[in-house]
Design a binder for this molecule. Structure first.
Ligand code: C5P
Length: 232
């Protein structure tokens, strides 16, 4: 079955609020992203419930620790039945390799890495003693993730053309900061429309508030799916 390239960010503070949206949605319309706030409040049972409702779930917990602990955390996440999970590339290549080794079996969840968070720019890198520009550093971290055998990275759609060139077409790019035409940019600085992001090389679009705060989330999702198509 072909599925949507849209990952809806369930940025809610309670299971009840998240489920109010989920109950309106269907797995054909979108996949779901569970992040640190919802997971910390609601825990694994919430994840299991939405997996049981047939949604593909991206567990966005950005594991970053010693290799052995990250590998065990990835194993635990996979046991929840999630479709995709992530680690933080700043944990280093050995940590990412350990995660990959744990998730090397057939039908394992997709394993991706966060590169540089958008809250860190040139100034923050300098404060850490890193002299590279954010773009150079993102490229370096993405290459490290690729070398560790990961399936892709989270990045901005602006960086997508460069990263596809560097890491190859099969390396998945998951991009937040997406805003359909005529919607508020909220606190996102550099936004792209779904269509622009796909043209730039994004494989999956993370979309939060334009869907979660829409009067009719199903309509918005259907419109975007029609614009950008589905993926196998
Ligand atoms: O509501 P909005 O579409 O801005 O939500 C975007 C989602 O993507 C949020 O869950 C946010 O944490 C996440 N994200 C982001 N920017 C990044 C990385 C992740 O907005 N650089």
């Amino acid at each position: 079955m072909k599925k949507s390239k849209i990952l809806v960010a369930l940025d809610y503070s309670s299971e009840q609020a998240a489920m109010q949206l989920v109950e309106k949605l269907k797995p054909e319309l979108c996949r779901l992203k569970v992040g640190k706030e919802l997971f910390t409040r609601c825990g694994p049972s919430m994840v299991k419930n939405i997996v049981a409702a047939d949604f593909d779930v991206f567990l966005d917990l950005k594991f970053h620790y010693i290799p052995n602990t990250v590998a065990k955390a990835c194993e635990a996440a996979a046991e929840l039945g999630v479709w995709m999970l992530n680690v933080h590339s700043l944990g280093g290549e050995a940590m990412m390799q350990a995660a990959r080794k744990t998730l090397a079996y057939e039908n394992a969840p997709l394993l991706i890495a966060v590169t540089l968070l958008t809250s860190s720019g040139e100034k923050e890198l300098k404060a850490l003693g890193i002299e590279q520009t954010p773009a150079q550093f993102v490229r370096r971290l993405a290459t490290m993730a690729k070398n560790a055998g990961l399936d892709g990275v989270v990045c901005s759609a602006q960086e997508a053309p460069l990263l596809k060139q560097q890491c190859g077409d099969d390396f998945l790019l998951v991009t937040p900061g997406i805003r359909p035409e005529n919607t508020a940019s909220d606190d996102q600085n550099r936004v792209m429309t779904p269509q622009q992001a796909i043209t730039n090389g994004s494989d999956y679009l993370v979309i939060g508030r334009p869907v979660t705060q829409a009067e009719d989330p199903v309509r918005i999702l259907s419109e975007i799916n029609t614009q950008i198509g589905l993926v196998s």
